[in-house]
Design a protein around this ligand. Structure first.
Ligand code: GTP
Ligand code: SPV
Ligand code: MN
Length: 616
């Protein structure tokens, strides 16, 4: 749909901003990108409330955002993307390391100078008729010892608004850069110039983007270039591009870890405090676990992060972690009062919704928000919808963007600059079969093996066939900025440094299915039972049975009090089928072989040990 009210008429001078930077490198880079992309105006973002208000007003006026009814959802907006721009595009995501082998077999690689030339071609004039925004941001608390700075240049005010929620964004970061702090360069264009080469204008559209997309990381120079998409993980470059792909390379070089992990503080009935970091693939339950309300008496969970963690060994020898983000970009469908009431209360206002449905009363709705759907909605594509339409009202990967500070379960010290000390690391995936509800690794090496061999059914968070089983080591398949086998090696090295201070490692699976095809485990708040077992294992108060694939809860070890789950169902949750596990080992060997001799020998040894015990 085209819109008559072009957004470019009144952008540049909408609010007072600085006009440049005293940092010569930053200024030269901005000038260079402006020369290449030819924007109408340049705006240096200050991160103020006023700026966010001006931008949202602008987007509402141009029809690119819908203001929700403030009575239900103050200062909140709905964005509907182009139906072709709804998820991360993994086949257009590139790791352009100087050496192809450093990208490894799981990443798309392109030769850096050839890619730079290609990018110069697509970015040439790509911001014509638009405003170019300079978005300075900090990942992690400003000035923290684990924190890092970045700047995103973007021609999307929707991106600026989201970055204002997802990061610590604004003027202070520019001051830090001007004082000499290092920073990561990121450039983004939706790839929809409003003026062509010969000066002919075209009208603005509801969701500008381009069929041709590029999400390009240059790990050696720590730069990101993103073109053609306005969607979350493709366009909010602080998130997957910087905080995972680039940061994982920084971590490899500097001895720390950048992970696709949630972070929680767990408080036991006797007041014990524990911190857990958990990696699950996209749309496999991180946000839900980070906001979990325990069903077992006396336990509390507080939220620190829901998607990304940066972890580093502290002076005390333990592993400490921060959430580098300041907001949540969460999956809407399935988020409701019964599953994740904390998320529902977090988004009471000041929230941007993307691709959810619009209610007649000007509020939002998606599948799972309430049990019963409203009688009439406008669906995520702007079409009339009724419960018998035969299609979902919200896109399966529809999302909410909201500040972490609004979360009622946020931990008091979630912004502690030095982070929190980690007691347990958890790996999970979506597996209908084989993988038990919970297993503990016998050692750090075995834990790294568990992480390296995660498989999960594909979700709507990325382009592709939903449900297809794929390997997703450490839930980092789409996010590791270097050779995955080297990354496993890096994890082993970090474990060696940590020694006896290393956290315990566990594997979980909330998604095992029974003979009727339904999930056996009730999940959500009941996952607290699994967390309790982990803590008791760490404290040495819970027994485990040693099985070929890891340590499983002993008979009656898992607290199932008050849960309506048959003995048969519990057996199904923990069943280890020898034949299918041996077949799984064959697939693991095939998978390892893809990485040739870069696979750490310790992981091959772990595989051999699992096989040996299975055949016992
Ligand atoms: P990304 O933001 O893509 O990284 O996803 P995520 O890992 O944060 O996943 P999220 O918590 O948003 O959950 C994704 C989907 O899984 C939602 O539809 C949830 O309702 C569903 N889900 C989460 N936890 C559970 C669980 O314990 N059991 C079941 N059956 N479903 C769950
Ligand atoms: C994911 O896909 O893991 C997300 C959403 O958290 S995105 O920001 O699009 O990557
Ligand atoms: Mn994620």
């Amino acid at each position: 749909m085209t819109l008559t009210n072009s957004s470019r008429q009144n952008t540049g001078d909408a609010y007072p901003t600085r006009t440049g930077s005293t940092d010569p490198n930053l200024q030269a880079w901005v000038d260079e990108i402006a020369r290449l992309t030819e924007p109408d105006a340049i705006v240096w973002c200050d991160g103020s409330k006023r700026e966010a208000n001006e931008l949202s007003k602008l987007l509402v006026a141009s029809g690119q955002l819908i203001r929700l009814n403030p009575e239900w959802r103050p200062n909140s907006f709905l964005a509907r993307t182009n139906p072709k721009d709804v998820a991360r595009v993994e086949n257009r995501t590139f790791i352009c390391s100087n050496d192809e082998a450093d990208a490894g077999p799981t990443n798309n690689w392109a030769e850096p100078s050839a890619m730079r030339a290609e990018l110069r071609g697509v970015f040439a004039g790509s911001m014509r008729g638009r405003t170019m925004y300079i978005v300075p941001f900090s990942m992690g608390p400003l000035g923290g010892p684990i924190s890092q700075l970045g700047v995103e240049i973007t021609d999307s005010p929707y991106v600026v608004l989201n970055m204002g929620i997802m990061t610590r964004m604004g003027e202070t970061v520019l001051t830090m850069i001007e004082a000499g702090e290092p920073w990561v360069h990121t450039v983004h264009s939706v790839g929809y110039p409003l003026v062509d080469q010969s000066g002919i204008t075209r009208p603005e559209v509801e969701w500008p983007c381009n069929d041709d997309k590029y999400i390009v990381q240059f790990p050696d120079t720590r730069e990101v270039w993103s073109y053609g998409s306005g969607y979350g993980g493709n366009a909010l470059l602080s998130k997957k591009s910087f905080a995972l792909r680039i940061a994982s390379v920084m971590g490899r070089d500097e001895g720390w870890l950048a992970e696709h992990m949630l972070l929680i503080k767990l408080i036991s009935p006797d007041g014990g405090v524990f911190h857990v970091a958990a990696a699950f693939p996209s749309a496999c339950g991180k946000t839900n676990l980070s906001m979990l309300r325990p069903t077992i008496p006396g336990w509390r969970v507080e939220t620190i992060g829901d998607d990304i963690a940066w972890l580093r060994q502290g002076e005390d020898g333990r592993l400490w972690a921060i959430n580098p983000e300041a907001g949540f970009f969460g999956v809407a469908p399935g988020t409701g009062e019964t599953t994740n009431p904390t998320a529902v209360s977090t988004m009471w206002g000041n929230t941007i919704f993307t691709n959810v449905a619009l209610r007649d009363d000007g509020d939002v709705w998606w599948e799972g928000l309430t049990e019963k759907a409203p009688d009439h909605l406008i669906d995520w594509q702007g079409k009339d919808w009724t419960p018998d339409s035969g299609r979902t009202a919200a896109h399966p990967n529809s999302r909410f963007t909201v500040a972490a500070a609004q979360c009622p379960s946020i931990a008091d010290d979630w912004e502690a600059a030095g982070g929190v000390p980690i007691d347990a690391i958890v790996f999970g995936g979506r597996r209908a079969t084989n993988v038990p509800l919970v297993a503990q690794a016998r050692s750090w090496k075995h834990g790294v093996f568990m992480g390296a061999t995660i498989s999960s059914e594909k979700t709507a968070a990325a382009d592709g066939i939903v449900g297809e089983l794929r390997r997703d080591p450490f839930a980092m398949l789409p996010f590791c900025g270097y050779n995955m086998a080297d990354y496993w090696g890096h994890w082993l090295k970090v474990g060696k440094e940590l020694g006896t201070n290393a956290p315990a490692i566990f594997q979980v699976n909330w998604f095992r299915k029974g003979p009727d095809g339904g999930f056996i485990w009730p999940g959500f708040g009941e996952n607290s039972r699994v967390l309790e077992w982990m803590i008791r294992r760490i404290q040495g108060t819970a027994d485990a049975i040693d099985t070929p694939i890891g340590l499983l809860p002993a008979e009656d070890g898992l607290n199932l009090d008050g849960l309506d789950l048959s003995k048969e169902a519990v057996d199904q949750l923990f069943a280890i089928d020898q034949t299918s596990w041996l077949a799984e080992c064959d697939l693991t060997e095939e998978y390892f072989d893809k990485f040739g001799d870069r696979v750490p020998p310790a992981l091959r040894a772990e595989l051999a040990s699992v096989r040996y015990h299975l055949k016992d």
